[in-house]
Design a protein around this ligand. Structure first.
Ligand code: PEP
Ligand code: MG
Length: 600
């Protein structure tokens, strides 16, 4: 057991409360287990005599080789419940040979005459800073993948060995500075009450994995590893992002009750998640899922998703030197289509460029990446990459109920051009005698304000709209979606956003086409009354959000929601709309009792 007594000379007062980021909902009460880790940030710089440089390079290469072998062993032994996440470890394997890290470190050793540990740190810092500059939080968080992969090398250089948490033999709450996916997959799951980390945010892998395994997690705690020691009794409220150290009897009793409530609620919504999301007056809302990788479809089906409303296809293009082949894409899309059939699968064409990063594709540096050559703009300028993807989608459409959707449409010409490419692709498949489906439905994402204004005209060109509120809010309220300084202005219930969404829904209805929403706004229950009031056809969200949202739909009526929407559209600010939600539906809306309790 690690000796952490020195750090804990002063015992914290009872009920010391730490606030972090709510990484995965649920409540856990139990003993802590502190994971001790070396960090790349603390390595020392040493100068190496010129004649010893080749040996230093060999030492580095040897450490990489060992790290690859260790990671391969981890991959081979990944338990069944983690199989969905194996792609993360595969990506780490590629990072171990990444040119910037591998060649970068060797060049640094040779150029600066320094030790391998320091050279590795320099190379890694450079790669991390590339990721950290990205606007999209998912991609920014990938800096942590670089840190995790490089830590495997560092452990071998320092001879410290990877942090071994596989031997944990009792149920504990894991407390770590940062947990790599390789660490996480080694923990015997039945032994984990919750995960706590100093680092990380909503989109860190610990958060993603914990949510999909439904293990409570609080992330980004800053100094939890300094305040908590092994065997301390702690309470974790993953829904509120709160950790309570050394709780008194009264607090313990209160949280035990909350835990029981939470578990009852989870069991209830999971039991009913396969029932349709029908309002009390009979309106049926389609509730679909957003996915990033094939493996997520199982969780969509388990949670009662009515289909895939957004398949973000960019992930197959990441962490590689050349774009994926038509066959690789086809195999992947066909698998999703077959598993989900007869439910709908909406494949969005590549939304890469700008903030989204693909190591194999040549992308220019841009001053304003969010306004740059991304999404459909990139695809139209890279006909080979675009056509390969279109061929794969058209072929996969033969195996299920597949639709295609184009991202970042800003005007009619783009959709016309994209459809033209689709038509040409279909003709070339036809000519070659390759089976495909010609009558595939085509949709446009509405995520640029100009597309909102032109919605009536755009609606003539497509079979459906899908409103991407993440970008629509960013572009219409002029708020960088990941800039903390302006995060308070990122308001889905801003009256301007509501009016835009309303306009798009009306244009779609007038043209007789379907209208969906697939931005984060769709999955947050507080937005449900307005979206229902608009009679939007479908909401698409993170699979984990589906059961609670479906449950809430069953408690609302379409008639009341329509009245509510009328009032909401007259409000001057987002805060007024939120107040109206609480005035109309009660102060606890939309929370289940445990959420209510955790806010007192
Ligand atoms: C959106 O912008 O709302 C959306 C769903 O697309 P992404 O988050 O992938 O940009
Ligand atoms: Mg978008």
């Amino acid at each position: 057991m690690p000796d952490t007594t020195a750090r804990h000379a002063v015992k914290p007062a009872p009920n010391l409360t730490l606030q972090g980021i709510a990484g995965s909902p649920g409540i856990a009460i139990g003993k802590a287990y502190l994971v001790e880790q070396e960090d790349v940030d603390v390595v020392e710089k040493r100068f190496v005599e010129p004649e010893k440089i080749p040996a230093e390079v060999r030492r580095f290469k040897e450490a990489v080789k060992k790290a690859r072998k260790q990671l391969q062993d981890v991959i081979e032994e990944v338990p069944a419940e983690f199989r969905d996440h194996i792609y993360i470890l595969d990506a780490h394997m590629m990072l171990l040979k990444d040119r910037m890290i591998y060649d970068g470190t060797i060049e640094y050793i040779e150029r600066e005459n320094v030790n391998a540990e320091w050279a590795l740190k320099m190379a890694v810092d450079e790669v991390k800073s590339v990721f950290k500059k990205m606007a999209d939080p998912y991609f920014r968080e990938r800096a942590s993948d670089v840190a995790h992969a490089s830590r495997l090398i560092l452990d071998n250089l320092l001879g410290t060995g990877p942090s071994n948490i596989s031997h944990i033999d009792k149920r504990v709450i894991i407390v770590a500075h940062d947990l790599s996916p390789a660490d996480t997959t080694q923990v015997p799951l039945e032994k984990v009450g919750a995960f706590l980390t100093d680092r990380g945010g909503q989109t860190s892998h610990t958060g993603i994995i914990a949510r999909s395994l439904e293990i409570p997690a609080v992330l980004g705690l800053g100094n939890a590893t300094e305040l908590i020691k092994t065997d301390d009794l702690i309470i974790v409220d993953g829904s509120a992002g709160v950790v309570i150290l050394d709780p008194d009897e009264e607090t313990l009793t209160r949280y035990k009750e909350r835990k029981a409530l939470f578990e009852q609620y989870q069991a209830m919504i999971t039991r009913s998640s396969h029932l349709p999301a029908k309002t009390t007056d009979g309106f049926q809302l389609t509730v679909m899922a957003n996915i990033e990788v094939l493996e997520e479809v199982v969780s969509v089906i388990d949670r009662g998703g009515d289909g895939i409303g957004l398949y973000r296809t960019e992930f197959l293009y990441l962490n590689r030197l050349t774009p994926p082949s038509e066959q690789e894409l086809f195999d992947n899309y066909r698998d999703v289509a077959e598993i989900m059939a007869p439910r709908t699968v909406t494949i969005r064409t590549l939304d890469i460029g700008g903030d989204k990063f693909a190591s194999g594709l040549q992308l220019a540096e841009e001053m304003n990446p969010a306004l740059g050559l991304r999404a459909i703009r990139f695809s139209l300028q890279s006909p080979e990459i675009f056509e390969t993807q279109l061929r794969a989608i058209l072929r996969a459409a033969n195996f299920g109920n597949v639709r295609i959707m184009f991202p970042m449409i800003s005007g009619v010409d783009e959709i016309v051009q994209a459809k033209q490419m689709l038509k040409q692709t279909a003709e070339s498949l036809e000519k070659a005698g390759i089976p495909f489906r010609a009558d595939i439905e085509v949709g446009a994402m509405i995520e640029v304000p100009s597309a909102v204004i032109m919605a009536d005209i755009l609606a003539r060109e497509v079979d459906f709209f899908s409103i991407g509120t993440n970008d629509l809010i960013q572009y219409s309220l002029a708020i960088d979606r990941v800039n903390k300084q302006v995060a308070h202005l990122y308001q889905p219930l801003h009256p301007a956003v509501l009016r835009m969404v309303q306009r798009v829904v009306e244009a779609a209805k007038e043209a007789g086409i379907q209208v969906y929403m697939c931005g984060e706004m769709a999955g947050d229950p507080v937005n449900l009354p307005v979206l229902l009031g608009m009679e939007i056809d479908a909401l698409s969200m993170n699979p984990v959000s589906i059961p609670a949202l479906k449950e809430l739909v069953r408690m609302l009526s379409l008639k009341e929601s329509k009245l509510f929407l009328k009032k909401a559209l007259k409000q001057p600010t987002a805060a007024d709309v939120i107040n109206l939600v609480y005035d109309t539906y009660g102060p606890s809306f939309p929370s289940a009792p445990f959420f209510q309790a955790s806010q007192d």
